[in-house]
Design a protein around this ligand. Sequence first.
Ligand code: HEC
Ligand code: HEC
Length: 423
Amino acid sequence: MKTVLFGLLACTTALAASTREGNTPAPARPAYLQATYLPLASQPSVKELTAMGRTLFFDASLSASGKQSCASCHSPAHAFGPPNNLDVQLGGKHLRTQGTRATPSLRYLQTSPPFSEHYHDDDGDDSIDAGPTGGRTWDGRADSTHDQARMPLLSAHEMGNATPAAVVKKLQKAPYAAQFRQLFGAAIFEQPEQAFSAALMALEVFQENPEDFYPYTSKYDAFLRGQTTLSAQESRGLALFNAADKGNCASCHISAITPNGGFPQFTDYGLIAIGVPRNRRLAVNRHAAYADKGLCGPDRTDLRDHPEYCGRFKTPTLRNVALRQTFFHNGVFHSLQQVMEFYVQRDTHPEKWYPRQRDGSIRKFDDLPASMQGNVNLEAPFDRQPGDQPALSAAEIRDVIVFMNTLTDGYVRPTLKSPAAQP
Ligand code: HEC
Ligand code: HEC
């Protein structure tokens, strides 16, 4: 039998809808475990798969270097984002090969729709085509965490295994090999492609565990539940974040409870070009002819003949963004202050962000070929010209940053004993 076993995995995201409480019901048995296309001797439970997935996620022996696990780049202490301030992480056999993109957080991906070129929101007006939306990775090229996990295990600049069989050999030698057989069948290692798929499935099920991946425990969640209040500065920041003529951030990074009652994910999953400056520190960018154009390639290959998509990258969630030390798809910035200044001064002070050309003019949007620069978004806060006032003042930028700090999970409410000490 062919391994068409795990084709339907994206459906499990349906069980991850957030409720008004921010709780998520215990996952029902995923469809892919019931179906006959999973010819396993045994049928592991979600709990068993989660435990196995957690073990795999933290197992550095699954990499060619023997030193890198998923958690090395996706650190649990950083909302499963990068643990350091490197632009991009190092990987491969000797942990010296530079990646090409910043590591995203793995939290709050559960409601991300599969990639679609013409997206119509269930909640909104059917006639509105929101354009390219959804999918996994910065360019939406993987449709599920299952498809996704293949990539780092086999990528030369990440965990660096040459083939799925190489991964399976490592599984066979792992201290949990007996448990793996018990879960997936005594003969599982005799069918390497199936054993590989079983490992990917365990990783996927682990990444759907609510306590780890979508806990909704930020101060902002407590505020939405009416359990706490925002400080004056946090409230000002939220208002500026939302206001269409100020930050206008919420037009892409959604901040309100959805019409279905779901807590906001701080992304609309849209793939958008915002003209992030070329990161000249990246090794790939030493080649003038190379440009990471996101949706239209080179990593993604199915939309190469769509120049109108070049420069588009997925809008990331801003939940836990304050735990990051590296921002944007190419890791070009290292503080929220820089990111904010870029947003409000990209068009008023382009000379701060882009290089000057020989004729003295500024080469705006320098990571995109000149013919594709029309793809870049020009709505607020970008709707300005040199000489205009930036959309936010220095004090307003501080307010928005303070607000973004309320999006970090693990908020502990102050005790009610001393009301004076409350924020
Ligand atoms: C060397 C660092 C590194 C390692 C190790 C690594 N990742 Fe990643 N991960 C990344 C980067 C970089 C991206 C973005 C890739 C892109 O956009 O092309 C990413 C993207 C992802 C995404 C998509 C997130 C999104 O926003 O859509 C998932 C899911 C993921 N990784 C899971 C894993 C799992 C599971 C493992 C272990 C099997 C793993 N990663 C190992 C660096 C790493
Ligand atoms: C037109 C849609 C849009 C608007 C408006 C917008 N963003 Fe973004 N945001 C994006 C996209 C797309 C990215 C990723 C771009 C990239 O890496 O190429 C992003 C990335 C970010 C990041 C980096 C997160 C990370 O994980 O690297 C931060 C922080 C951020 N935005 C904050 C804001 C704030 C604050 C505002 C309002 C001042 C705002 N955004 C307005 C679409 C938008």
